[in-house]
Design a protein around this ligand. Structure first.
Ligand code: UT7
Length: 331
C-alpha cells in the first residue's frame, strides 16, 4: 500500500503588478556617478520600475491581488486571510495588509503584515502552511509588496542603482493531490541587522529634522558584506530544504532565487550544480524588488507554461534581519 503523503499547501493562483514607469541604467547615469556597464556587470540589472508619487505599497499590493484572484478564478469573498510581506509599509501602523483589506472590500477577514526583509515571501508561505494545515484558515492571499524607491537615497550610487517597486501574490489552500509545498527551512541572525537596514523613523531613532538631515530615513547597506552572507546562506538554505524533502540537487527543475544580484544568483546555481536554464532570472527587468522577486518569477514561469504536474521548484531567499529561507515545491 502506498504510504500516505504528508498534508501540504498548494498555490492555486499567481500574479503580479509592476508600475509602468521604467527607470533604465542610462537614466541613472544622468543622476549619479555610475555607468550602465558597471551596473550590468556588477548586478545584472538593466532597468527597474518606479511607482508614482500618489501610490503606496498597498496600491501595488491591491493591483497584484486583483490579478492573482482573477487568475485563480476567485472573488475577494473566497479568501479568509490576507498576509502582506513588506519592509516598506504604507504606515508604521495600521499594517499595509489592513489598508489592502479595506481597498479590496474584504470586510472583516483578518489581515496583518510580516517583516522579514527580502525573505518575507518564503516566511509567509511557511506561516500560511501552519495556518492552513492546522485548520485555522482555508484560503490565504499572500502578497509580497515593496515600494523601495521611496526609501532610496538617490544621491547614493552604492544603493540607488539596485532597487525597484513591485508586488507579487499567490493564493494558498490545502492540496488535495500530490502537488504542493514539500519542505521548508527558515533562519535568522539578528546580530547582523545593521548591515542592511532603514535606521530612522522607528522608535530607536524617531522622525526628527536631524534624523532626516543625516539621511537615516533611507535604506542603508554595506553591500559587499551582505553579498558574502547572501551567497553562503542561500546555498545553505536550498540544500537544507532539499534534504528535508528527501530530494537531490538533480531533482530540481527550477531554482527561483531572490533577485538581488546576478552574481549571488549564479553562485547559488553553481553550489547546486544546476545548468543555467534551471535557474530563473528576471533581475535585468525589475532590479531588486525584495519580497516581490519570488512571486513575480513564479508567475512568469507559470504563465510561460514551463510548470507541469510534478515540476520541482526550489524558492530561496536572503534579506534584512538577516533572514534566510528556502522551500521545495512540487507543482
Ligand atoms: O536583497 C537583500 C540582499 N541584498 C543583497 O544581497 C545585495 C548584496 N550586495 C551586492 O549586490 C553588491 O555588493 C553591490 C552590487 C551592492 C556592490 O557590488 P560590489 O562588487 O560589492 O562593489 P563594492 O561595494 O565593493 O564597490 C566596488 C567599487 C567601489 O569603488 P572603489 O572604492 O573600489 O573605488 C564603489 O564605490 O564600485 C564602486 N561603486 C560603483 N561604481 C559605479 C559602487 N556603486 C557603484 C555604482 N557605479 N553604482
Amino acid at each position: 500500500m502506498k504510504k500516505a503523503e504528508k498534508r501540504k499547501i498548494k498555490i492555486t493562483g499567481t500574479g503580479f503588478y509592476a508600475p509602468d514607469k521604467v527607470l533604465t541604467n542610462f537614466d541613472l547615469e544622468k543622476m549619479v556617478d555610475t555607468t550602465d556597464e558597471w551596473i550590468i556587470s556588477r548586478t545584472g540589472i538593466r532597468e527597474r520600475r518606479v511607482g508614482s508619487e500618489d501610490q503606496a505599497t498597498s496600491d501595488l499590493a491591491v493591483e497584484a491581488a486583483h490579478i492573482t484572484l482573477k487568475n485563480a478564478g476567485l472573488k475577494v469573498k473566497d479568501i479568509d486571510l490576507i498576509i502582506v510581506a513588506t519592509s516598506t509599509p504604507d504606515t508604521i501602523f495600521p499594517s499595509t495588509a489592513c489598508w489592502v483589506q479595506s481597498k479590496l472590500g474584504a470586510d472583516h477577514i483578518p489581515a496583518f503584515d510580516i517583516s522579514a526583509g527580502c525573505t518575507g515571501f518564503i516566511y509567509g508561505m511557511i506561516l500560511a502552511e501552519g495556518l492552513i494545515l492546522s485548520g485555522i484558515n482555508k484560503r490565504i492571499l499572500l502578497i509580497g509588496s515593496e515600494f523601495l524607491t521611496k526609501v532610496t537615497n538617490w544621491k547614493d550610487r552604492n544603493t540607488c542603482v539596485l532597487f525597484g517597486d513591485a508586488a507579487g501574490a499567490v493564493v494558498l489552500e490545502e492540496s488535495r493531490d500530490d502537488s504542493g509545498m514539500l519542505s521548508s527551512y527558515w533562519k535568522a541572525d539578528g546580530k547582523l541587522g545593521d548591515l542592511l537596514s532603514l535606521p530612522g523613523g522607528g522608535t530607536r531613532i524617531p522622525a526628527t529634522a536631524q534624523m532626516i538631515a543625516q539621511d537615516l530615513h533611507y535604506l542603508q547597506m554595506k553591500g559587499n558584506e551582505v553579498f558574502k552572507h547572501a551567497v553562503k546562506r542561500m546555498g545553505e538554505a536550498a540544500i537544507a530544504t532539499l534534504k528535508k524533502a528527501g530530494l537531490e540537487k538533480e531533482d530540481i527543475d527550477y531554482l527561483i532565487p531572490h533577485q538581488a544580484n546576478i552574481r549571488i544568483i549564479d553562485a547559488t546555481g553553481r553550489r547546486l550544480k544546476l545548468p543555467p536554464e534551471k535557474v530563473y532570472i528576471n533581475i535585468h527587468k525589475y532590479g531588486n524588488v525584495s519580497v516581490a522577486t519570488i512571486p513575480i518569477a513564479l508567475h512568469e514561469l507559470n504563465e510561460s507554461g514551463k510548470l507541469n504536474d510534478g515540476t520541482i521548484i526550489v524558492m530561496d531567499a536572503f534579506g534584512a534581519g538577516f533572514t534566510w529561507a528556502a522551500l521545495t515545491y512540487r507543482w
